[in-house]
Design a protein around this ligand. Sequence first.
Ligand code: HEM
Length: 321
Amino acid sequence: MSEKKLVEEKIKKLAEKYSSTGQDLTSYLEGLLYADYLSYWDYINLDTLLTLQVPKTDFPDENIFIIYHQITELYFKLIINELEQISNNGRNIQKNGKDLGWNKELTFDFFKSRMIRIIRYFENLINSFDIMIEGMSRDEFIKFRMSLLPGSGFQSVQFRTIELYATPVKNLLINDSKTSNTKNIIQNIYWSKGATELKSGKKTYTLTQFQKKYNEPLNSLIINLKGKTIWEKFKQLKTTKKEKEELSELLKKFDFYVNVKWKLSHFKSAVKHLKKMGVKKATGGTNWEKYLPPRFQKIIFFSKLWTKKEKEKWGISWLKD
Ligand code: HEM
């Protein structure tokens, strides 16, 4: 097709696009005459992005601490982007670019490909945690950390969102399902019992601040996700036996990566930087040594996929390795 013909065809399609919403193509074409070209820095908002690192002290390594947390939160955002799509059965985008909303049914291929992406993101996070463990001066950390109290990664709402997308909330409760029908279910999630003061057992300020800001939106999320968590989507999916097995393996990997590997890499950083400081210092006084290890938490998203023995050894064998 000649260049002229191609242009004519595109113009015809554009005219259809604009007239379908009662708009005028010629006005848009005129706008194009004056519009600037898109640059890389504008597209990714580079200037703004680089203003978002605001250390509280002059220690150079505080930048590493801030930026690595930000990187992690961006990965969490990518993960939630995938979880949300699985939960809603995947966006139906037609070849002509039209967005037809969510699909009626989730397909095996979509579920599988998105689980692979999620696992890849977690893999990157786990493999990069050494930036916190080896790549940051402990001497500087123990000083600048005192200026950041009582803030803590514990307050990462995106991490909590990932957990709530993964599994029905009853699997995140401290004392199992007894309390799962109560209105205040969120008060019984394991993390609410985790950040308690070592001596008194009272809630830490780190926790109460988090609850004040996020309990309501997280409660709404729990309600919206009823019947739509990853576990429930997996159970509802119509598959062959082989496909089910393939997905089970991916779900187990996801479970293991979040609740054992990531948590242990993170715990390692706490041990390296906080152990000698005394438990109370630099944490807002939480019981982190008893709270953080996966073998104590025993949070398992997809309990039915693991054997009794595997569950008993949760967080122990990998630690030995
Ligand atoms: C030197 C690096 C780090 C240290 C020493 C550290 C320390 C801690 C401690 C002591 C806790 C328990 C709550 C508290 O007392 O504040 C905690 C919880 C947590 N931190 Fe970190 N952290 C580090 C890096 C990170 C990073 C990079 C992230 C990424 C967002 C993060 C996310 C979390 C999360 C999600 C929890 C809650 C974990 C759970 O509930 O099992 N932390 N951290």
